[in-house]
Design a protein. Structure first.
Length: 252
């Protein structure tokens, strides 16, 4: 938990402050904390300058609104808009994953997926594999507060806050992606969408990736394949002429 008053005392700044929100920005491709990139932050469409700590954590202070929109702009990353409900955020700390524009991001160990879909359309991908520590247990929609609660098995206690994940149907070679918005307990997480009832207990949950096609419909993915195991297949989901298209890419 961020002790904002202790932080300001350590900086020899004498003032009364209250923590609104603390957050780190990560790359959704490689999970790395983003430090040396130019950012612009907007709170309810008003430009702000959060305090930045040496560990890459940004701090917003003294904002009285319990609900607000945070917009983040960064070079070579897609715009990120998040609706913040302070009462739902544990310790007022979140991790935010930015989606890189894959036209600008490539390393020698990555695999290139490229294709054509409808213009300006989101394109999704995830690994088609049973090799994962994270497993689906159940999903429940709480009608009282309209929350979507996902229960999972996460024996390695992987950090999931803010991540884009996908529950995978191995038989039908299909998946559904979702963002982890809040951690309720070691097994329960609040997510941004409902999970289809077809998914079974112990269905694998994999890391998911998203990009956008350009005005011509061209899109590009660079997905890590460092292990080069036998079942290195990805499912790519996009829309072509308003029809849902699934493509399985085999990297053997």
């Amino acid at each position: 938990m961020i002790d904002i008053n202790k932080y300001f005392l350590s900086q020899k700044i004498n003032c009364e402050v209250s923590l609104t929100l603390a957050f780190k920005l990560r790359d959704s491709f490689d999970d790395q904390v983003l430090n040396n990139i130019n950012f612009s932050f907007y709170l309810n469409n008003k430009l702000i300058k959060p305090i930045k700590k040496n560990d890459g954590c940004y701090i917003i202070i003294n904002n009285k609104d319990k609900n607000f929109e945070l917009k983040i702009l960064a070079d070579n990353y897609f715009e990120k808009n998040i609706l913040i409900d302070i009462d739902k955020i544990k310790d007022r700390y979140i991790e935010i994953y930015l989606v890189p524009d894959y036209k600008f991001k490539k390393t020698s160990s990555d695999l290139n997926i490229q294709g054509i879909s409808d213009p300006n359309t989101e394109v999704w991908a995830t690994k088609l594999s049973n090799r994962t520590n994270i497993r689906f247990i159940s999903f429940e929609k709480i009608k009282k507060n309209n929350n979507n609660i996902l229960k999972i098995s996460n024996p390695a206690s992987e950090s999931l806050l803010g991540r884009l994940l996908a529950v995978v149907d191995l038989e039908k070679k299909d998946f559904q992606s979702f963002f982890i918005e809040n951690k309720i307990s070691d097994t329960d997480y609040e997510i941004d969408s409902e999970i289809n009832k077809k998914y079974k207990i112990s269905s694998p949950i994999q890391k998911a990736y998203v990009t956008k096609s350009d005005e011509t419909g061209y899109y590009n993915f660079y997905l890590s394949n460092n292990n080069k195991l036998e079942d290195d297949e990805y499912i790519v989901l996009y829309y072509k002429n308003k029809k849902r298209v699934l493509k399985v890419i085999d990297f053997k």
